[in-house]
Design a protein around this ligand. Structure first.
Ligand SMILES: Nc1ncnc2c1ncn2[C@@H]1O[C@H](COP(=O)(O)OP(=O)(O)OP(=O)(O)O)[C@@H](O)[C@H]1O
Length: 300
């Protein structure tokens, strides 16, 4: 069964078209990224998937059901961009309360609250009040809330916005650890972060789905991103183009080449490149298999 389907989904706010005829078909599995500039419609799409808003046109299903339907209780959850905790109650009492709202008995709700706190490595914060939590801890509590009931689909809107690198890394680790059982759809402006987490990227712009890209290399071709420390980059590009099984070489800037090549030449290509470096007294800074998400989305 498909995790999410959207057929011709549009959303109007008065005369403003926030989403325009979106078609999507997503399976469960590795995290999925949702990217796009401010105002592209990402939050609107999340709100439609949660059932908080209804499409003006078109049809959405999640695990075969209409968003917001009772059959999806405990199967779908969301961490909104501006998740906030009640300042007057301890972390565990708030999570217990939410678990009861989701249908857990009083006793099971407490157990569930403790379980999700452990998942986000915050068992020690159970009895703290929100004001004693750091921003990173608050965010993790909100993620814990989204994990109540072991949902199949979790929508995370900007989960690491405003967090320091160590806390952002912790959140990425939580997503990675839980990914086999839960599919995360993550909206973020941080392409580097999405690159580390996601296999598939949806790119929205002005309410339209511009691209749906798989980050997995296709069967036939592969990319190599080569960043040089010192080299005549144009001369290097010409020499790489002359190597066997090279499909395309693009100069990204005055120090970087994006090389597209047949998949079965990886090692041969690396050896040829090293030979070129030695022959020409060039030094490289980094040789990375694949290409960045930024390059994938925005290269023409
Ligand atoms: N309640 C609303 N009433 C009117 N227009 C709205 C409303 N909510 C969103 N919009 C408009 O719809 C468009 C899409 O907004 P949305 O918040 O979904 O974008 P976004 O991609 O999440 O943006 P950001 O990255 O800034 O969070 C924007 O032009 C926004 O101004």
């Amino acid at each position: 069964m498909k995790l999410i389907t959207c057929e011709g989904v549009s959303k109007q706010y008065g005369t403003k078209t926030a989403l325009n005829k979106i078609n999507l078909s997503l399976d469960t599995g590795a995290p999925i990224a949702l990217v796009g500039p401010n105002g592209a419609g990402k939050t609107t799409l999340f709100s439609l998937l949660c059932g908080y808003l209804h499409p003006s046109e078109g049809k959405i299903t999640i695990l075969g059901e209409k968003p917001g339907s009772p059959q999806l209780q405990n199967l779908v959850s969301a961490l909104p961009q501006d998740a906030a905790l009640d300042p007057n109650f301890t972390v565990v009492s708030q999570l217990t309360f939410f678990a009861k709202l989701q249908g857990f008995t009083r006793q099971d709700a407490k157990q569930e609250a403790l379980r999700v706190l452990e998942l986000v490595d915050l068992s020690s914060a159970a009895l703290m009040l929100p004001k004693s939590l750091s921003h990173g801890m608050s965010k993790r509590v909100s993620i814990a809330q989204a994990l109540i009931g072991s949902p199949k689909l979790v929508l995370l809107d900007e989960p690491t916005a405003g967090l320091d690198p160590a806390n952002a890394k912790k959140i990425r680790q939580i997503v990675k650890d839980l990914s086999p059982k839960t599919t995360f759809v993550i909206s973020s402006h941080n392409l580097e972060e999405l690159e580390k987490l996601c296999d598939q990227v949806l790119y929205l712009e002005q309410g339209e789905l511009q691209q749906s890209v798989s980050m997995k290399a296709d069967a036939e071709t592969a990319f190599l991103t080569l960043t040089m420390l010192n080299a005549d980059i144009e001369q290097l590009a010409d020499k790489v183009r002359a190597l066997p099984n090279i499909l395309n070489v693009k100069m990204n800037n005055d120090e970087q080449l994006i090389i597209e090549h047949h998949i079965d030449t990886s090692l041969g290509l690396e050896i040829s490149l090293w030979a070129l470096f030695v022959d020409n007294n060039w030094q490289y800074k980094a040789m990375m298999k694949g290409r960045s998400l930024e390059e994938t989305l925005f290269s023409s």
